[in-house]
Write a protein that binds this ligand. Structure first.
Ligand SMILES: NC(=O)c1ccc[n+]([C@@H]2O[C@H](COP(=O)([O-])OP(=O)(O)OC[C@H]3O[C@@H](n4cnc5c(N)ncnc54)[C@H](O)[C@@H]3O)[C@@H](O)[C@H]2O)c1
Length: 370
């Protein structure tokens, strides 16, 4: 199959759909790959690196779209890209289509087959193409907390790990899923005192075993959140209720009892945030202060580290992308996990959740493909 990799055009998106390492895998499997010139610039990869991996460099996105049977990207296609997609072409990328009617219309009109990274599933009921970005965000959350705790940044002036004879920072993680676990791992590694709160008792059991007593686990009730937040130097918001906005677990009232210069990192901001006082921020201006408490609420945290994020994303997408390249659309019909990723097929919406949220008709894939 001929695979195309255009340069990402969404503002401040530096990741790339295929790294040179992934290109080598496609080429080794007998496929050809075309890459738009400078597609890898955001992660420090040159056209020559892609050529050495076996790709052909093309001068424009238009040529890449026109000559490929499958387009592999990172972000949802932008309006100029919808217009270049066509029938019988596979698009494999993040779509986040549910709240995005204009994009849905664009993809439906194009007639393309669009598979969304964020709805591809795995055998454990997880979302394997979302998980790597949650891993990155969870680990970054502790780096962001360390920066915000510095006195010159408005923080308490606290070193996360303390030093011998001086107590470390107290870090509370609300939500012990992928983000929360990776945040806790970093915090423990730096020597912090860490609590994790979750609503799932099986998950709390797993965390208890995983950290072998190095973190305190607590069932997430209003009382437990209050007690933990009042004593915290850093609170990480990492909850997710699939398909719903994040619940507001830390109220403005609770903030007033926190120490001045404490730090709140709301990773769940992309789902509306789990602190009442959260509002989305950007990497250019990541923090703001409410009642003396520093807030960090960057909605695209992995964008700060595109080299790590692109590699992590490519590792996760590669087996699915190769299956699509090897078998074409038959891979979707054969593999229930890729099938879960299918959002649009020849002008029809094949994801029930997306169709319902857009208020548009849903076509099960068997009907759409008939
Ligand atoms: N800001 C970013 O750049 C960025 C990047 C990646 C992920 N995220 C977001 O981070 C959030 C967490 O993602 P994840 O992959 O870790 O999800 P996940 O499903 O792995 O984990 C979420 C956890 O929250 C727990 N939970 C639900 N309600 C709770 C409550 N009331 N109290 C305590 N815990 C509760 C669940 O039991 C689960 O263990 C999501 O909103 C995700 O979209 C943001």
């Amino acid at each position: 199959m001929k695979i195309g990799v255009p340069r990402e055009i969404k503002t401040h998106e530096y990741r790339v759909g295929l790294t040179p390492g992934a290109v080598r895998e496609y080429v080794a499997a007998g496929h050809s790959v075309v890459v738009e010139t400078n597609a890898g610039a955001g992660i420090g990869v040159t056209d020559d690196n892609y050529r050495k991996a076996g790709a052909t460099i093309l001068g424009s996105a238009r040529e890449v779209f026109a000559s490929s049977e499958m387009v592999v990207k990172v972000k949802e296609p932008q309006p100029p890209e919808w217009a270049q997609l066509r029938e019988n072409q596979i698009l494999f990328t993040y779509l986040h289509l549910a709240p995005d009617r204009p994009q849905a219309n664009g993809l439906l009109k194009s007639g393309c087959t669009a598979i969304a990274y964020e709805t591809v599933t795995d055998a454990n009921g997880g979302l394997p193409l979302l998980a790597p970005m949650s891993e990155v965000a969870g680990r970054l959350a502790i780096e962001a907390a360390g920066s915000a705790l510095k006195r010159y940044a408005g923080g308490r002036g606290l070193l996360i790990g303390g030093v011998p004879g001086v107590q470390p920072a107290r870090i509370v993680v609300i939500g012990g899923g992928v983000v929360g676990t990776h945040a806790a791992r970093m915090a423990v590694g730096l020597g912090a005192e860490v609590s994790i709160l979750d609503r799932s008792i099986p998950r709390l059991r797993e965390l208890d075993e995983l950290f072998e007593g190095r973190v305190r686990t607590r069932y997430s009730t209003l009382e437990a959140i209050e007690e933990e937040v009042f004593a915290a130097d850093v609170v990480i918001g990492a909850v997710l209720i699939p398909g719903a906005s994040a619940p507001k677990l830390v109220s403005r009232g609770m903030l007033r009892s926190m120490r001045k210069g404490s730090v709140m990192i709301d990773v769940a901001i992309d789902q509306g945030g789990c602190f009442e006082t959260s509002r989305p921020t950007t990497h250019a201006e990541p923090t703001y202060e409410v009642d003396g408490v520093i807030h960090y609420c960057v909605a695209n945290m992995p964008g700060a580290v595109p080299v790590t994020s692109s590699q992590a994303l490519n590792n996760a997408t590669l087996p699915f992308g190769l299956a699509l390249a090897n078998k074409g659309f038959a891979a979707v019909l054969e593999n229930p996990h890729l099938r879960a990723g299918l959002n649009v097929y020849r002008g029809r919406l094949t994801s029930r959740a997306v169709a319902e949220s857009l208020g548009l008709p849903y076509s099960p894939i068997d009907q759409a493909a008939a």
